[in-house]
Ligand binder design. Structure first.
Ligand SMILES: Cc1ncc(COP(=O)(O)O)c(C=O)c1O
Length: 466
């Protein structure tokens, strides 16, 4: 899941398209969706009987659909919905299924483990194998686990505050690191502001969370200057407010600043793991003190892991040993259960490997090129960015350099119209902004299908009232 946001703007919506055309396309696509999905509609009525918001998790309503699409099954790059439409899936569970739906190697490992025990709060032989593979892949020697990337970030934050004795967290404006409350502080007109959408949070998070714009080295230095920041928690490329790429040299300079102020760098590679088997950091020579990986790490099973440098691990272990006995605030009962370990071992051994990534990257580049030329052909002021297997189009002429610029480029109505148009033509992309992910099973034909549908959508948007 990623953030949905509303630009703090009084100017016309981004995108260069007349809002009336957007609304007329949206109305047409909503009617078409309703006509195409009678079984999903009936099932949505049933689901709503006892599930709040009519869905298992309230944000499943963030899709552009008039009622929740219900699925039958999914395999590889394709998802079949309840009405029998076979969709080319470029959402892939918002990265959870980045290695394809139900990858056979993971399914076999799960089946083999399931009959030998699912959870025991004990390690088996998979534990050492997974630790070895993570250390080799990410270049960090010490690891622990969580069920979700959210929890992994939360646990890392706790370890690092304990290890450093510092309270402050520093994040980049517009970030998302799961539902970790501490990160929900935005910069509004240059001032930190706790996100109004955050439910039930009774603490003033601005006391301990500092926020600066991405790619702003001067602001980063100023925020680090009091030497009270435990860690900078960041995605190496921002992916949750649309995509925001680092300026050339940004991370080299930022890492030096962070180190100079005695602060630790945590890179959240939950989405940028699409860059390669060791994430963006390994692919680009960054040297974080800690790394978080989640979502696709278990081939679709809920698993996450975090790795520490030797120095940080020693400090974290010392903090735990120095603490009185009792609850640490870190961990959950089923974390690192036997099924999760089997799934991670299979994923790390067979899927998080260079020869699986290489074709994904080639196809993602073809997709990005195709989107660029389609946008250019329609003369629209939109840009396209790609990070590994991940591609995004944004409603601004040049890639945004920070969260505020990325937010200003958003246009929820236009996104909804596009997403629904694509869905009605058998193509699924993420409900939040305009992200498309390629998995090992995605074919050239899937990419062609997406590009043709995208071209059709732009034709409809640009010609709706001509
Ligand atoms: C960068 C990043 N970190 C963490 C998370 C949280 O992942 P999960 O919802 O699986 O806990 C997300 C989810 O989108 C994410 O994008």
């Amino acid at each position: 899941m990623c953030t949905m946001s509303t630009p703090h703007l009084s100017t016309p919506p981004a995108g260069g398209i007349d809002p009336a055309r957007v609304h007329s396309l949206l109305a047409h696509e909503r009617a078409s969706y309703i006509a195409r999905n009678p079984r999903s509609q009936a099932q949505a009525v049933h689901t709503a009987r006892h599930l709040m918001f009519g869905v298992p998790l309230h944000w499943m309503n963030d899709w552009a659909t008039p009622f929740a699409l219900h699925m039958a099954h999914a395999q590889g790059a394709h998802l079949t919905d309840l009405d029998g439409h076979v969709l080319a899936d470029f959402c892939l569970g918002d990265t959870g299924a980045m290695f394809g739906h139900a990858p056979p190697v993971v399914m076999q490992a799960l089946a083999a483990q399931a009959s030998r025990g699912c959870t025991a709060m004990l390690a088996n032989e998979d534990a050492a194998a997974v630790g070895d593979a993570l250390a080799e892949r990410f270049g960090l020697p010490q690891w622990q686990f969580a069920m979700t990337a959210t929890d992994a970030n939360r646990f890392v934050l706790r370890w690092l505050r304990a290890a450093t004795g510092r309270a402050v967290l520093l994040v980049f404006n517009g970030c998302y690191h799961g539902t970790v409350d501490d990160v929900f502080v935005d910069l509004i007109h240059g001032q930190p502001h706790q996100r109004d959408s955050l439910l039930g949070q009774v603490h003033d998070l601005t006391r301990t969370t500092r926020v600066v714009e991405f790619n702003d080295l001067a602001a980063l230095e100023a925020a680090l200057a009091p030497c009270d920041v435990a860690c900078v928690l960041a995605e190496p490329v921002m992916t949750n407010i649309g995509m925001v790429l680092p300026d050339p040299g940004f991370w080299e300079a930022a890492q030096a600043l962070i180190r100079r102020h005695g602060t630790l760098l945590v890179l959240d590679e939950t989405h940028t793991i699409s860059s390669g088997p060791g994430g963006y950091a390994r692919a680009h020579g960054l040297q974080p003190d800690a790394v978080v990986v989640g979502k696709p790490l278990g081939g679709g099973m809920p698993c996450a892991a975090y790795g520490f440098s030797a120095g940080l691990a020693a400090r974290a272990e010392a903090a735990k040993r120095a603490a009185p006995p009792g609850h640490s605030g870190i961990g959950t009962t089923l974390t690192a259960n036997l099924l999760a370990m089997a799934a991670m071992r299979a994923t790390l051994t067979h899927l998080m490997v260079p020869n699986v990534y290489a074709p994904m990257h080639t196809l993602a580049a073809r997709l990005a090129d195709g989107l660029r030329s389609t946008v250019a052909r329609h003369g629209l002021p939109w840009c396209v960015s790609q990070v590994g297997a991940r591609t995004e189009f944004q409603f601004c002429p040049t890639p945004p350099r920070n969260g505020s610029e990325a937010e200003a480029a958003m246009n929820p109505a236009l996104e909804h119209a596009l997403h629904l148009y694509l869905l009605n033509r058998g193509v699924l992309i993420t409900p939040f902004h305009n992200m498309m992910l390629v998995c090992p099973d995605t074919s050239e034909a899937d990419v062609t299908r997406l590009l043709q549908a995208f071209d059709g959508a732009l034709t409809a948007l640009c010609a709706a009232d001509s």
